[in-house]
Structures are given as structure tokens and as C-alpha cells.
Ligand binder design. Structure first.
Ligand SMILES: NC(=O)c1ccc[n+]([C@@H]2O[C@H](COP(=O)([O-])OP(=O)(O)OC[C@H]3O[C@@H](n4cnc5c(N)ncnc54)[C@H](OP(=O)(O)O)[C@@H]3O)[C@@H](O)[C@H]2O)c1
Length: 266
């Protein structure tokens, strides 16, 4: 089955999914249409790069598509869904927005509309997103296949309940930013030792790449940490500072705050 897909929102996440679809699943794609709010240059950029069709006004396109991917900010969903409810017929509507669950979308669209939710991360750009996904109450085998087409194009995936995605959004969607902050901070500290920015970046990134390779092996993160941390040694002194500064509790608080914000609770 070949699919025609409309993207509403043409930012980083839309581009990552489009790039994945074009490179790994083009035989399952009929047409891809992209639309956004106002940035027509961006639509042209995507059209040139991926041969997708830029759309100013998607009203007339909807009847031609099988899937609609909502890739705009969470705050824009209410307005777009209120518009879509008059336009959709049998399209599968999938959002990638933080906090926008299928039950939220179903409140706006006609009863029986097939709905899905993907929580990807920016590693989608290099096809290494771990994407969480779930469905609304009216999906069939066809929609499962369409969902797989989307999530497989950007990496690996895990089916979850709606509640699980709310709880795991911080871990898989946002924690990459926590990790990048950690990396940024180490690079800044490295520069303090009269090391050039370029060398500092190389050293820290290579340390991270090596650590990731170790994580892919058979040892648990705890065992790997203990391998580096001789009791009473230099690394143990650094870990002591991190623990005294409540590093672990801060991470826990960051996860909880992120999830609350995504759910619109703070
Ligand atoms: N980035 C991440 O790490 C990440 C991870 C997981 C989930 N997500 C979700 O992915 C979605 C998009 O994120 P992003 O990082 O791709 O954002 P982005 O790069 O800022 O792009 C947002 C896009 O939405 C468009 N847009 C805004 N309001 C719109 C409207 N009313 N109608 C149509 N298009 C509209 C913008 O168009 P204009 O430029 O014309 O305004 C832009 O193309 C968000 O809901 C976010 O929660 C992102």
C-alpha cells in the first residue's frame, strides 16, 4: 500500500521524518505534502531537498492524503484540530507533539477518527530516535502499518500506553538535552585548561562516544561506573562532589518538571 502524507508543521521533527521516509521507505510513499504557518522559504527548502510538495493552504489537499502528521508546537494543536474537524474524512491523524495524547485529539475530531501519537527525539535526524508510540480508540491493522512506516523511518520504537508516554516523555524526548548540557559543561571546563575549543570538543565527544560503546556491551551502567571509580581514588572524589550537590535528585526533579510541563500541569 502506498501512502500520501500531509505534514502540518515543517520544522526539525517534520524534516527528520520526511528524510527518513524518503531514504528508507520511498517505495511505500505516493506523495508528501508539507505546510506550515508562515515560513514559505522553509517549505521551498524542504521541496528542493526532498522533492516534497509545499502547500500554502492544506484545505484542498486533505481529501488526497491517507495520513496527516501534526508536527507543530503543542500549543497550536487546538486551533489546527478545530480546523481539521471540518475537513477530514478517513485520514489517520498522528501527532508528534509533547503532551498531546490521542484522547486529547479525539475530543476535537469526529467520532471514529483514527488517531496516533509518536514521541520521538532529535536523533530522528540520524535515524536513531527511540520513539514511543500509541493509538486512539479507532485504529485498524492498516493504521498499525502506517504507524510502523513513520516510526521505523526514524529509528527504533516502543509501543506504550498513553500514560506511559506521558511519564516517559522526559526520558526519551527531552533527556537528550540534559545529556547535551552535561557535554557542553564538560567542554567549557576543558577550555579552562588552555585547550582550544576544537580540541576540547573532540576530547569530550570522543569520551562520550567511547562510553556509549561501553553501554552497548554487557555491563550495566552501575558496573561501568564502578570500573572507573576506584574506591578512595580520584574519580571517587569527583563523584562525591556530584552526589553532595544532589546530582541524582536534580535529575529526578528535572524529569518530573519536564513531564509536568509537557502535560500542561505547570
Ligand atoms: N525537537 C524535539 O526534540 C522534539 C522531540 C519530541 C517531540 N517534538 C515535538 O515536535 C513538534 C515540532 O517540534 P520541532 O522541534 O520540529 O519544532 P520547530 O522546528 O520549531 O517547527 C515547528 C513548525 O510548526 C509550524 N507551525 C507552528 N504553528 C503552526 C500552525 N498553527 N499551523 C501550521 N504549522 C505551524 C512552524 O511553522 P512556521 O515556521 O511557519 O511558524 C514550524 O514549521 C512539537 O510539537 C514538539 O513537541 C519535538
Amino acid at each position: 500500500m502506498k501512502n500520501s502524507i500531509l505534514f502540518i508543521g515543517a520544522g526539525r521533527m517534520a524534516e527528520a521524518i520526511i528524510a527518513g521516509l524518503i531514504t528508507s521507505s520511498h517505495e511505500q510513499i505516493n506523495s508528501i505534502y508539507v505546510s506550515n504557518q508562515k515560513n514559505t522559504e522553509r517549505l521551498q527548502e524542504l521541496a528542493t531537498k526532498y522533492q516534497v510538495q509545499p502547500i500554502d493552504n492544506y484545505d484542498d489537499i486533505i481529501e488526497k492524503v491517507d495520513m496527516i502528521v501534526l508536527a507543530m508546537p503543542p500549543s497550536e494543536h487546538e486551533g489546527v484540530l478545530n480546523k481539521l474537524k471540518h475537513l477530514i474524512t478517513s485520514q489517520f491523524v498522528v501527532t508528534v507533539a509533547a503532551g498531546i495524547s490521542p484522547s486529547f485529539i479525539e475530543r476535537y475530531l469526529p467520532g471514529g477518527t483514527a488517531v496516533g501519537w509518536i514521541m520521538p527525539n532529535t536523533a530522528a535526524m540520524v535515524k536513531h530516535s527511540i520513539s514511543l508510540y500509541t493509538y486512539g480508540s479507532s485504529v485498524s491493522e492498516k493504521h498499525h502499518m502506517q504507524m510502523e512506516l513513520l516510526v521505523n523511518s526514524i529509528g527504533t520504537s516502543l509501543y506504550c500506553s498513553e500514560e506511559e508516554i506521558h511519564n516517559l516523555t522526559a526520558i526519551t524526548g527531552s533527556a537528550p538535552a540534559f545529556l547535551y548540557l552535561f557535554v557542553e559543561s564538560l567542554i567549557e571546563q576543558t577550555e579552562q585548561y588552555n585547550v582550544s575549543r576544537e580540541t576540547a570538543e573532540k576530547l569530550v565527544k570522543e569520551m562520550v562516544f567511547g562510553s556509549v560503546e561501553m553501554l552497548k556491551g554487557n555491563y550495566s551502567p552501575k558496573e561501568l561506573r564502578e570500573q572507573v571509580t576506584t574506591p578512595g581514588g580520584a574519580t571517587a572524589e569527583g563523584i562525591k562532589i556530584l552526589r553532595t550537590g544532589n546530582f541524582v535528585e536534580l535529575l529526578q526533579e528535572a524529569v518530573i518538571a519536564t513531564n509536568k510541563k509537557a502535560k500542561g500541569e505547570n
